[in-house]
Ligand binder design. Structure first.
Ligand SMILES: Nc1ncnc2c1ncn2[C@@H]1O[C@H](COP(=O)(O)OP(=O)(O)OP(=O)(O)O)[C@@H](O)[C@H]1O
Length: 252
């Protein structure tokens, strides 16, 4: 693994057996190689079903890969293979090294907005008072009105849930941030605020691997674009090289 890389994925494969439909296998990933360095934002692109979300979920180890390695260089310089770690080892790394923000907030009944974000902070080793302060900063930053902080997350709108999710996922910047459609439910002003925050995280040295459906967000944030096609890497290069072809595909 090159010393510059935070993440090095090699030969990653993931298949699903559809037990309820004649037991057939779906191959979501068929041998993906991909690197992400510190302060680099790699955006995954490709048509629906190409394997983008499956790749993020394998890296976060929501999915156990079928084959291949997912090497992560931790803050201490140690290189670990996420594909081979036990669940408790992965859970430990999730707190300190890996952040994952999807488009959906896991609704936690009877837990307030401030609690949900502060708990993400204590999960990353902050003491409770510091975590509440950091949660307040993150919520303000993402434009969540203070009147909502005591409310249960279940009553929030889709866009509010998405921003609470982002506040929790970035309360203390992880080494590798995985983003799956983080602005899909946001109005233009909040979308701008979130895109600016993501750009700042990259500038601060966080390695980002993302999925955005809109090419404008990719154009603004990505330092590199990796195009997946049917579970394989079809292109990997600078946005200025890869995006024109994607624009043409969208226009078709
Ligand atoms: N949990 C699962 N069980 C069975 N099949 C799955 C599962 N997750 C993904 N797949 C299949 O894997 C393939 C890749 O799906 P994936 O969600 O990774 O694609 P994607 O590129 O993120 O698509 P989209 O842009 O529509 O979100 C698809 O054929 C999908 O049906």
């Amino acid at each position: 693994m090159s010393p510059a890389n935070v993440l090095a994925v090699r030969g990653l494969a993931k298949s699903f057996t559809l037990h309820t439909i004649d037991g057939r296998d779906v191959e979501a990933l068929r041998g993906v190689d991909l690197d992400v360095a510190a302060a680099e934002h790699v955006a995954l692109a490709g048509t629906s079903g190409a394997g983008k979300s499956s790749l993020l979920r394998c890296v976060y180890r929501t999915y156990l890969p079928s084959a291949g390695s997912i090497l992560l260089r931790t803050s201490s310089g140690l290189v670990v293979d996420l594909a081979a770690l036990s669940d408790p080892e992965v859970a430990d790394l999730r707190g300190r090294e890996l952040g994952y923000v999807s488009q959906f907030l896991r609704s936690e009944p009877r837990r307030s907005v401030l609690d949900v974000v502060a708990r993400a902070g204590t999960g990353r080793g902050m003491d409770p008072a510091t975590a509440r302060e950091a949660a307040a900063v993150a919520l303000r930053r993402l434009g969540i009105d203070e009147r909502l902080w005591a409310m249960h997350t279940t009553v929030l709108s889709g866009g509010q849930k998405q921003r609470v999710n982002l506040a929790a996922g970035t309360i203390s910047p992880p080494r590798l941030l995985l983003l799956d459609e983080p602005v899909s439910a946001l109005d233009p002003a909040n979308r701008e605020a979130v895109l600016a925050m993501i750009a700042e995280l990259t500038e601060a040295g966080v390695a980002v691997l993302s999925v955005f459906h809109d090419l404008d967000a990719i154009e603004r944030l990505a330092t590199r674009v990796v195009v997946l096609d049917d579970g394989r890497v079809a292109a990997d290069g600078a946005p200025s090289h890869v995006l024109p072809a994607l624009h043409l595909e969208v226009a078709r």
